[in-house]
Ligand binder design. Structure first.
Ligand SMILES: O=C(O)CCC(=O)C(=O)O
Ligand SMILES: [Fe+2]
Length: 345
């Protein structure tokens, strides 16, 4: 098992909000929270207010978000710094202890304002109770899981790459940093790794010879192992491909596919960017162009552990319209659509 990631500092490329800009965003978030007190975060009215209020983001930040949405970049990530976080309760160490959005209104609504420039917020009812904004903090007893509640090294992955409607964008806002300065979030963009791959490897990665195991957070109750059908790892334009892989959960179904997967992992490991997130930093990932992971760290479960909040966006809700249950939560996929894919690999 890998113990560390080597990476170059991602902070040098970040956009920083001034104190005045952060203050405007904070006041905007508090007003939305007051206007929608008692509402679910999935309320269409609340989400539309958030989208309207995203005009409170500095013009330079909106421009960068729009360019990232439309053109992307080779690293597949964009960092914002200096976002307001507001006052915080203790870091939750069990899913039952996770605070309501209204207990963390400033960070939560600021994050959703940013995401509304990129797409439409969405969640998955299979995971984290379908919450639209999810807590990422170490959970007691989950230390060794390959999930965001674990604290061992989290292998590089496309978020929910096994899912038919995987998010196009995700963001992680840091509410409380890792006090030991150990937990680094890393990203590896296919645009940065592609030049290191030979033509034979690229051709192998484009063949539908890879299956990805569903994350344990999607199948925990069933206790079963569920794999996707064979799919390619790279797809789309030759010079600007999409990437879908999980170096913990993806397997090649042929020797050539397995060799290509190993070469891809080496190329991505050689071009990682990363940082130990600090409060007010928000990293946005283009989930079709980058994988991400996290180094290990040591939780203490005293209310002061590292705490991020995560949210997802799709470019367009129309393709998943019939799959949306209450609010913006994608219906479960396992039972209905994927039971036939259970495979013993
Ligand atoms: O903890 C982190 O920095 C990343 C966790 C992660 O992969 C996720 O929440 O999707
Ligand atoms: Fe992730």
């Amino acid at each position: 098992m890998r113990k560390e990631f080597a990476y170059v500092d991602a902070r040098t490329d970040g956009l920083v909000l001034s104190e005045t800009e952060a203050g405007i965003l904070e006041a905007t978030a508090l007003k939305i929270a007051a206007d929608h007190a008692g509402c679910s975060l999935h309320s269409t009215d609340l989400l539309h207010s958030v989208e309207l209020a995203s005009a409170a983001l500095p013009g330079e930040v909106r421009r960068a978000l729009i360019a990232f949405r439309d053109q992307g970049n080779t690293g597949g990530a964009l960092l914002l710094r200096g976002l307001p976080v507001g006052t915080l309760p203790a870091t939750p160490d069990r899913p039952e202890a996770e605070p309501h959005w209204a207990d963390v209104p400033v960070a939560t609504l600021s994050q959703l304002m940013v995401m509304s420039v990129l797409g439409r917020s969405i969640s998955y009812s299979d995971e984290k109770n379908g919450n639209l904004v999810q807590d990422v903090s170490p959970k007691r007893g989950a230390e060794r899981r390959q999930e965001n509640g674990g604290s061992i090294l989290l292998e590089l992955h496309t978020e929910d790459g096994f899912h038919p409607a995987a998010p196009h964008f995700l963001s992680l806002i840091c509410l409380r940093g890792d006090r030991d300065g150990k937990a680094a979030t890393v990203t590896g963009g296919i645009g940065d790794a592609l030049p290191a791959l030979d033509a034979e490897t690229v051709a192998a990665l484009r063949r539908p010879e890879f299956r990805t195991r569903f994350s344990t957070s999607f199948v925990r109750d069933s206790g079963r192992e569920v794999m996707t059908p064979p799919m390619p790892v790279l797809s789309g334009p030759e010079s600007n491909p999409d990437l879908r892989v999980d170096f913990h959960g993806t397997v090649g179904t042929t020797p050539a596919a397995r060799a290509a997967l190993a070469r891809l992992e080496d190329a991505i490991l050689g071009s990682l960017k990363g940082l130990v997130l600090e409060p007010g930093e928000l990293i946005i990932l283009d989930n079709r162009r980058t994988v991400h992971g996290r180094t290990d760290f040591a939780p203490r479960y005293d209310g002061q552990d590292r705490w991020l909040r995560r949210s997802f966006a799709l470019a367009d809700l129309r393709p998943v319209w019939s799959e949306l249950g209450q609010g913006r939560s994608h219906n479960p996929v396992i039972a209905e659509q994927h039971a036939e894919l259970i495979a013993a690999i």
